[in-house]
Design a protein around this ligand. Structure first.
Ligand code: ADP
Ligand code: MG
Length: 334
C-alpha cells in the first residue's frame, strides 16, 4: 500500500467511525442527577435515539423528564454518566452540542413586550446570523407555524397555543439537528395540540430532524412517537415502539372494579389459559386477554365463584396507558 492509499484508507475509516458514532442523535449511558441527599431525579438513564425519529419520554409529574432534557441540552450537569448529542459530549463539548440543538421549555419563556417577529429575529441575532439570513429564516418559520398574520403583534396578546408555536419557531431558527420539546402541548386544547403534532411530524418528515419530546399525555406519545420510553422515578422502566408496548398487553383489556376477595379472584384469573397480564392498583384490576368478546363470561364467573362482586367492568383495546399501569401499578393522570 502506498503512503497515499494508506492516507485515503485512514481517512475513509475515520469517516466511517464518525458516521457510526453519529448515526445516534442522542446517546446516554448511566445518566444520573442528584439534586440533594433526598432527591435523585434521574437514576441511571440509558438512551439510544436514532437520527430522524420522534422519541417520546413519557411519565408522570416528577418522573425526571425535565431534568433529563436539561442535561441533554447542556443546561444542567449530570452527577454521573455520559450523554452525547450527534456524537458530542454534553459536558466536554457543550458548545458543539448547542450548535446542533433547539429546545423549548415546559414553561413558556417569552418576552411579552416583543412581537413574534422580533422574538425570532433577536434569537437569530444572538446566534450570529446575518440580517439577511435571519429575515429569510423568520419569514419561513412564521409561515410554518402559521403566525404570519400575528407576527407584528406583541406576544402579550397571543393565546397559549400561539405562544407555544412562536417558541417552536424560535427553537428552529438555528436549524438544529435535534429538537428537544419539553411538554410541547402542556395546557393546550385538543385542537391546538393536534396542530402542534402536525408541525412536529412535518419537521421530521420534511426537514429530517430528530425530535425528543417529553409528555404526560398518553395519546400524544402513542400518536406521535416512533419510540417511547416510559420513565418513572428517574428510571426508564420500558422502551419500544408504541405498537410493541401495546401488543405485550394482550389483544384486549378488561378494567374491573369491585368488592370482596380480590386476592383470590386475581389468583384464579391469572390461572385462566387465555389471560396474558393481570395488574392491580388504584382499586382497578386490569386483565389483558387474547380476545375480549369471547372471555367476558369466564371472567365474570371466576369473580362470582371467588366471592368478588364486580361493580364496574369495561373492555377496551389496550393503550399506552395500560402499559404504563402495567409497569408502574399507577394510572397516569394530569
Ligand atoms: N432544581 C431542583 N432542585 C431540587 N429538586 C428538583 C429540582 N428540579 C426538579 N427537582 C425534583 O426532581 C424530580 C424530577 O423533576 P423533573 O425532572 O422536573 O420531573 P418531570 O419533568 O418528569 O416532572 C422531582 O422530584 C422534582 O421535585
Ligand atoms: Mg417536567
Amino acid at each position: 500500500m502506498t503512503e497515499l492509499e494508506q492516507l485515503i484508507g485512514d481517512k475513509e475509516s475515520t469517516k466511517m467511525d464518525h458516521q457510526k458514532q453519529t448515526s445516534l442523535a442522542v446517546e446516554s449511558r448511566g445518566l444520573v442527577k442528584r439534586y440533594s441527599e433526598e432527591v435523585l431525579a434521574v437514576d441511571g438513564v440509558d438512551l439510544s435515539i436514532a437520527a430522524n425519529t420522534i422519541y417520546a419520554l413519557l411519565g408522570p409529574n416528577g418522573a425526571g423528564k425535565t431534568t433529563t432534557i436539561s442535561i441533554l441540552t447542556t443546561l444542567l450537569e449530570p452527577s454521573g454518566g455520559v450523554a452525547k448529542i450527534a456524537g458530542f459530549d454534553v459536558v466536554r463539548q457543550a458548545g458543539e452540542v448547542r450548535k446542533r440543538i433547539g429546545v423549548t421549555f415546559q414553561d413558556v419563556v417569552l418576552d411579552n413586550d416583543l412581537t413574534g417577529r422580533q422574538v425570532l429575529e433577536y434569537h437569530g441575532q444572538l446566534y450570529g446570523q446575518s440580517k439577511q439570513e435571519r429575515r429569510a429564516r423568520t419569514a419561513e418559520l412564521l409561515a410554518l407555524v402559521e403566525l404570519e398574520d400575528a407576527a407584528d403583534r406583541r406576544c402579550q396578546t397571543y393565546s397559549g397555543g400561539m405562544k407555544r408555536r412562536i417558541e417552536l419557531a424560535r427553537a428552529l431558527m438555528t436549524q438544529p439537528e435535534v429538537l428537544f420539546l419539553d411538554e410541547p402541548t402542556l395546557g393546550l386544547d385538543p385542537q391546538t395540540r393536534g396542530r402542534i403534532w402536525d408541525y412536529i411530524r412535518t419537521l421530521k418528515d420534511q426537514n429530517g430532524l430528530t425530535l425528543v419530546l417529553t409528555t404526560h399525555y398518553m395519546d400524544e406519545a402513542e400518536q406521535l412517537a416512533d419510540r417511547v420510553g416510559i420513565i418513572d422515578h428517574g428510571k426508564i422502566v420500558v422502551e419500544g415502539t408504541p405498537r410493541e408496548l401495546i401488543d405485550q398487553m394482550g389483544a384486549d383489556t378488561f378494567r374491573i372494579v369491585g368488592q370482596g376477595d380480590s386476592g383470590h379472584f386475581i389468583e384464579q384469573v391469572r390461572a385462566l389459559p387465555f389471560v396474558q397480564t393481570v395488574t392491580t392498583g388504584d382499586n382497578v384490576i386490569q386483565v389483558g386477554v387474547d380476545t375480549g368478546s369471547r372471555r367476558l363470561v369466564a371472567i365474570v364467573s371466576t369473580a362470582t365463584d371467588n366471592g368478588f362482586a364486580i361493580e364496574d367492568l369495561s373492555v377496551a383495546r389496550p393503550s399506552l396507558g395500560d402499559v404504563f399501569f402495567n409497569y408502574t401499578g399507577r394510572q397516569l393522570r394530569d
